[in-house]
Structure formats: C-alpha cells, structure tokens
Ligand binder design. Structure first.
Ligand code: CTP
Ligand code: MG
Length: 620
C-alpha cells in the first residue's frame, strides 16, 4: 500500500517553490540563453541557403531567379539598397562573417544556458540538503526508530541528486524541444506547407515510440537501481561491521554474498545498457529514414521548381536537427517520473512533524530539585510499559544512584528527564515546574548527560570536549579532563589534545572514550548531571578517582548515576532499584543493605567476589 501511495503522489509544488528560493534569476538567464541558442541554431542553415539561392546560383546560371530562402523581406530590401547581389559577390566574406557571428552567438548562449542551469540545479540541491538536514536535526528522537540511517542518507544524497540531474539535464530540454518544433514549423510552413508535412510526418511516431519504449523499460531501470542499492548496502554493512566479520571468520561468506550482489548488479546494468543500445540504434535508423524521406521529396520538389535549392538545404537541416530532441522525449518523461518519486521521498522527510513544544517554553534559572510523580512510560510501539508508577524526589546537590537488571528501564528513566521522550503517565517536576513547560533546548542545555554508548566525532579530542562551547579556554578543557581522569592519558598521546579520534585517527579504548565523554559533559556546567553506566569500562580505582574529583562539583549539581557497582552506588544519597520498570526499593545503602532484595543480593555477591580476589591477591 505504501508503494502505491508513493507512486501516485503528485509533485508537491509548494515544496519545489521552497527549494527554488533564490534560484529564479539563474533559471531566467538560462531560459533567455536557451531561446538565443535555438534561434541562432536555426539562422545558420538559412544563411547558407541564402548564400546559395541569392548569391551563388543566380551567378552561375543565366535566368535563375534569386530566391530569399526564408530571409525576411526587410533584410532583402536593405541588402538591395546597399548594392544587392553584385555587392555580396564582391564581398563574399560577409556571408562567412555572418555565419561565424551566429555560430559564436550559438556557442555563447549554449555555454550560458549550461552554466546557469548548473547554478540553478546546484543551488536548488544545496537548498534541499540544507532543509533536509535542518529538518532531520529537529525531528523527535523517536523518529529515528522508524527509519534506517542508510535510507535517510540515501534520501539526502541520491534522491537530491536525481532531482538535481533532472533540473540540470532535462527540464530545459523539454522547453528546448517545444521551442525547436515551433520555430521549425513557423519557418518551414512559410516556405512550403506540403514539404513541411513530409519532413515531419514520422516525428509523431518517433515521439510515440520513445514514450512507449521508455515506459516499457522503466522496470529494468528501477531493477538496476535497486541492485545498486543492495550492493552499496552490503558494502556499507561490511565496512562498519568489519570487526564482527573478521572476528567470526565470515570473510568468505560475506565475499560470496557481495560477489553475488555484484554479479546481479552487472547483469541488470548490462540489460539496461543493451536496451538503450537497441533503442538509440533503432531510433537512429528511424530518424535517418525521416531525413531521407525529406531529402527525396525535397529533391523532387526542387526539380519541379516548387522550392529552391537553398530551401531544400533548410528543410533537410531542420529535419536532422529535430530528430534528436524528439526521440529522447520518452526518456525525459521517464526521468521526470524518477525525479518525482525522489521528490516524494524527500517530501516524506520534510513533512514529518517536528518536535513540538507542548508547554509554556519557560526558561527560569534551574536549581535541580526533581520529583517523579507516578510516572509511567511506554515506547510508541511497545505493549508493556517500560516504566510503571515511578515516584521519588531528589533535592538539588544530591546524588541519586539507579540499579536494575538490564532492560529494567534505567536509560529510559533518565532520558525522560531530558525530554528525549515524554512520559505517558504522571508528571516530572523540575524545581516544582512540569518539565514539559520548559523550553526544550534550554532544558537539555541544563542537563549534562553521558550516554551509555558515548559517541565521539571524528575530530580532535580538544574539539570533542569543547563541542558545546568551541571558544572555551584550553585551561577549562584540561580541568574537565583532569576530573574525568583522562588528562594524563591524552597528554601521553603523540599529538596530545590534537589527536584525531575515530575513523581518521587513533581508536580510543572503551574506557578512554567514556572518560572523554565525561569531560565533554562537564564543560556544559549543567546543574543536573546524568551518568548512564558511564564508567562501566573504567576500572574500579579510576571510577573512584573520578567520583572523588566530581564530588567537588557535585555539591551544586543534582547527579544521577546508573551503575552496577556497589562501591559506586553505596556513596549516593539515595538509591533507586528498578525491576521491570517498577521502582521496587529506594533508600540509602545502610537502609537497603538491611532488607532482602535485589540491592542486598548484588551487594553480597560483589562483597564475596571482592573478598575472594583480595585473598587471592594476598596469597600471591
Ligand atoms: N526499549 C524500547 N525502545 C527503545 C529503547 C528501549 O522498546 N528505544 C525497551 C527495551 O527493549 C527494554 C526497555 O525498553 O525492554 C527498557 O530499556 P532501557 O531503559 O534501555 O533499559 P536499561 O535498564 O537501561 O538496560 P541496560 O542496563 O541494558 O542499559
Ligand atoms: Mg541502559
């Protein structure tokens, strides 16, 4: 059903106009250049034929009446006034200069048409990409759950490109064809209506067969596109998952898979190329048949004296000039179809609703008192609630730790505070105000979060840490890095803070990444800090050192720490224990250690392990 809807979606004109903003000037110049190019192209054969009819033949043959070969009367009168035929015979170079002049006009205007339509297309593509990017950046967090990143990338790149190519290569081509047909018709009809008919008699068939053909082979084109998509998806997956492929020894299988897709792509592409070879050669033959017909009938007319030799030249030239645009009309239509599908795919992103501001968009100073009142939450498409009736309070400056088995809803809970998702039941209060009433960017700026799987940009460590405030003094960066216990590590790198992270540079270890992410979060100086299992890859001692260093700052901050380490949890002012989205226990370490429950069980296990490790260490 989705497919059908896509196909029949009409072109969204409003969207097109929006993308064309600021490009109208380019389009207008390109259109003017197009008209100049077509007119000059049509004048060139007329100059030649005029030279034959008016100058050469009357000169060679006694009694031959000079013809005008379609040259307007006022020009003939003017030539007669400056000495007519005799003058031109003496100064034959004038005809050569006229030819050169119009060829130059044609070349210039063709150049202008191409470069200005290129400006128009590129500017439109830029507008499209910017609009898409801006829209994507402001879509709700949930949006990305429904669409694959690869698909989005494709829409922002190849779909934009399909539309751009259509604008640059085809849009003016339609106008050009229409203009050419009209110009040719006017000039030819003036010379000889009957011969005009003979000269274009096969054109409608040529156009029709072009439409029919391109409609028939449309599926082959989309098959090839699809095969290409599959091939690049396979390549992308392999490159991003390179570690998994190697680690599990899957190279052979992946290679086979790739080879198969590659062969399929070759086959389908070959088919398209073959189909095109048939078409262009057949239509070439068809086109030459039309020219031949015009020539034969034209010669007959010339012998009969119904047209001049020069006019015969005009007819055959025009017939040849018309066949090319006419036989690619079908292709333009096919490309129009493709471009409109691409535009539809772009439209789908642009028309997805943006993140809304349901409340009053307040921006008061934030202290950091937080209260959850019977908060319930479920993800859009999940059946069971992820959080159920969660209530607790935190005073500013307090540290609150969250413990729970995997999938119990810890990450979901802290993401609700940032309003990445909205609670479906109950309410969350920050300083006594419902968080929905805060302006969302303001709210997020005031909550520093270190995600469970931190993402670092492929930039230098300095740039990564300074991301929220690129102008922050280096001292401040060092300070944050010291608290996160990463300063000395970075200093030891050959390029220090200028070390590039990720694809283009060094690969940081899991723990190093987490610590860079902590330093980055500290730069925000937010009154609320969330550490989502952010020290899981850091050893216990460093964990303690970071917490120690943080505690200086924590006094003014409300801190949420998600962790599985009792040593980390035990220092918190309050510990929340989640089980299947329900808050089953809350209290301090001393309180929870006394009652049976998840907290005590985990504490016992970890103490036992610690003891064993300790005694082992002692023996060694
Ligand atoms: N979930 C979901 N959609 C998401 C994220 C999570 O449906 N976008 C579901 C998960 O499948 C899980 C539940 O929500 O059943 C809770 O997820 P989460 O809050 O991420 O669990 P955590 O407690 O953070 O688990 P972990 O310790 O593994 O991080
Ligand atoms: Mg989690």
């Amino acid at each position: 059903m989705e497919e059908k809807k896509k196909k029949h979606k009409p072109i969204n004109r409003k969207l097109l106009r929006r993308f064309m903003k600021g490009t109208w000037g380019y389009f207008i110049i390109a259109a003017i250049a197009l008209i100049a190019a077509v007119l000059s192209a049509y004048i060139i054969p007329i100059i030649t034929s005029f030279t034959i009819d008016y100058v050469l033949i009357p000169y060679a043959e006694e009694g031959y009446k000079a013809g005008d070969s379609g040259v307007p009367g006022f020009i003939i009168n003017w030539i007669d006034s400056i000495g007519g035929r005799e003058f031109l015979i003496k100064h034959l170079y004038i005809m050569g200069i006229a030819l050169l002049l119009f060829t130059a006009v044609n070349a210039m205007s063709t150049f202008l048409r191409r470069s200005y339509i290129a400006y128009a297309g590129e500017s439109m593509a830029r507008n499209m990409r910017n609009d898409l990017y801006e829209h994507l950046a402001n879509l709700p967090f949930d949006y990305h759950k429904h669409v694959s990143t690869g698909d989005l990338v494709q829409r922002c790149t190849s779909d934009v490109d399909t539309v751009r190519r259509f604008i640059q290569n085809q849009l003016l081509e339609i106008a050009r064809t229409v203009l050419m047909v009209v110009c040719a018709a006017v000039i030819m009809l003036r010379m000889n209506p009957m011969l005009t008919l003979w000269s274009v008699i096969m054109m409608p068939f040529l156009a029709l067969s072009s439409f029919v053909y391109f409609k028939a082979v449309k599926d082959s084109f989309s098959d090839a596109d699809e095969a290409e998509g599959k091939l690049s998806a396979a390549l992308q997956e392999n490159l991003t998952g390179v570690r998994v492929v190697r680690a599990f020894g899957q190279q052979k299988r992946e290679l086979d898979n790739f080879t198969e897709k590659n062969a399929d792509f070759r086959k389908k592409n070959l088919r398209v190329n073959n189909l095109m070879a048939y078409y262009w050669s057949a239509s070439d033959a068809f086109g030459y048949m039309q020219i031949m017909l015009a020539l034969c009938v034209g010669v007959y007319y010339a012998i009969k004296g119904w047209i001049s030799v020069g006019e015969l030249l005009v007819f055959t030239s025009y017939t040849a000039m018309l066949t090319w645009p006419v036989r690619q009309l079908g292709r333009i239509l096919a490309d129009l179809g493709k471009a409109s599908v691409s535009l539809g795919r772009i439209d789908e992103i642009i028309s997805a609703p943006l993140e809304t501001e349901p409340g009053k968009a307040l921006t008061p100073p934030i202290t950091g008192d937080i209260e959850f009142r019977h908060v319930g939450f479920r993800y859009e498409d999940s059946v069971d609630p992820v959080l159920d009736d969660v209530s607790f309070t935190v005073k500013h400056g307090q540290t609150i730790a969250i413990l729970g088995s995997t999938g119990s809803g810890k990450t979901s809970l802290v993401q609700l505070i940032q309003r990445l998702y909205t609670a479906t039941e109950g309410e969350i209060l920050l300083d006594g105000v419902n968080i929905n009433d805060y302006e969302r960017h303001y709210l997020r700026r005031n909550i520093g979060i270190v995600l469970q799987e931190p993402f670092l940009y492929s930039r230098t460590i300095m740039e990564n840490i300074r991301i929220v405030d690129p102008d922050a003094p280096e001292e401040k960066v060092y300070e944050a890095a010291r608290i996160a216990s990463i300063h000395d590590v970075v200093k030891a790198f050959e390029n220090g803070y200028d070390t590039v992270v990720g694809e283009r540079g060094v690969t940081l270890s899991g723990g190093q990444k987490q610590r860079v992410a902590i330093a980055r979060m500290l730069m925000q100086e937010a009154p609320i800090i969330i550490l989502d299992d952010s020290m899981s890859a850091v050893d216990t001692e460093t964990d303690a050192a970071i917490r120690e260093a943080l505690s200086g700052r924590r006094q003014n901050c409300t801190t949420f720490i998600i962790s599985h380490r009792i040593t980390t949890l035990s220092t918190a002012d309050k510990i929340l224990v989640l089980e299947h989205g329900r808050l089953v226990q809350q209290g301090t370490h001393e309180e929870l250690i006394k009652v049976d429950g998840l907290y005590k069980r985990i504490a016992d296990i970890q103490n036992m392990l610690e003891g064993e490790l300790g005694s082992e260490g002692g023996e060694a």
